[in-house]
Design a protein around this ligand. Sequence first.
Ligand code: URP
Ligand code: ZN
Ligand code: ZN
Length: 470
Amino acid sequence: MPTLIKNGTLITASETFQADILIENEKIKLIGKDLSYPNAELIDATGKFITPGGVDPHTHFDLPMFGTVSSDDHYTGHKAAAFGGTTTVMDFAVQEKTGLEHSMDLWLEKARKAAIDYSFHMNLTHMDDAVAAELPRLREMGVQTLKVFTAYNGRLRLDDGGIFRTLRLARENGMLVMAHCENGDVIEQLIPEALAAGHTTPEWHALTRPGWGAIESTLRMCAMSQQTGAPVYIVHMNVGGEADMLQYARERNVKVMGETCPPYLFFSIDDLRRPDGAKWICSPPMRSVEDNARLWQALKEETIQVIGTDHCPFFFDGTKPIIYEGHEVAIPGKELGRDNFTKIPNGLPGVQDRLPVMWTFGVGAGMFSANQFVAMTSTNPAKIFGLYPRKGALLPGSDADIVIWDAHKQLKYGVAHSHQRTDYNLYEGWQLTGYPEKVLLRGKVIVDGEKWLGKSGDGQFLKRGEGEVI
Ligand code: URP
Ligand code: ZN
Ligand code: ZN
């Protein structure tokens, strides 16, 4: 049955206006004033804001790491995303020795429980002739993005030659390279030194991963993008200097784009010094309040194009179960590194928090406009990753992925409101103004207030085409 959303205020990446939305067969059919349709199911959105469903291009569900696994899987993480207004997620497949196609098959199997729409990037951790020969097949499968690492020596890292070769191949194959920027060699020097000196607490995670390593590595990626002509997307930008490097390169027409994640806007190394500092451990680490400020400025000025999450949650105390959907769940987490910061699983929850937190502290606090909010959390990632205008848009023909916001809702946020499968929330006790009230995935209401109407298996794999450089 068609659905008609009446009297909402639509916010897109470029405009804000009042209109009705007619939905039929999972798509937006019409947008206009005073629409009517016989027998349509009506949703009254008077006084509400309407945005396209959020697109989070950076999640890690069900990721084995540090002898445990990230605590949201492709169902619980999707459910949490939906409650926060996100209807599309992009996760990372891990490259296995058995080849790229087989690696993808393993992750597609894990994602069969999907509750929202999803796609994958490929973590490229090894490059040789066989891998190069398989890249076109990966693109045929709808995966046209490769993540490379300049850190995690001996595990995930490609050397600069491998990255350069990957960029050339990406250019030939119409693919986009995403880069994790830190200096792996420096980190490998500093960690054993810190441990030998008896430094085991969480702040040493940040002190052994210097911000300048991220800055020069970002500039290195920009340089290689310029030298190969291949576009590059810098993930999880965390230091102000990275924004400076991106600006430098973009001003010279280098095809580089960037993403930051909410924790890098709000938290600093001081949070790692708290007694529960392990809650903030991720890589790259939290930096300084000056870095927070520079990253906010880069969002406002659109030097950075995307706000993603790098959602990779772990329990703070995985020895104590929580109740999730009526069942006790306990998954080993941050307590694994109680005596040694190098053993603390790296990663933070955030897939549900992203939109509401950025709405309150970005739009509400006047850090950027509501249209920029939509651009950075939905439209830009849809464009960059080849999903626009199917996703990230309120346009006739787009998937009817829609968030209806109660912009006046007052909420003391925290773990009690969160469907992220972990025992803590980074924004515990923070006062939010505005929250998604109804969330539609391809025309179906999957979140209605506190009610979960979505289903495992309802999420579709999205084969992506070539994206845009914006
Ligand atoms: O600490 C993090 N971010 N874990 C996820 C892996 C990555 O590098 O994004
Ligand atoms: Zn990374
Ligand atoms: Zn990540």
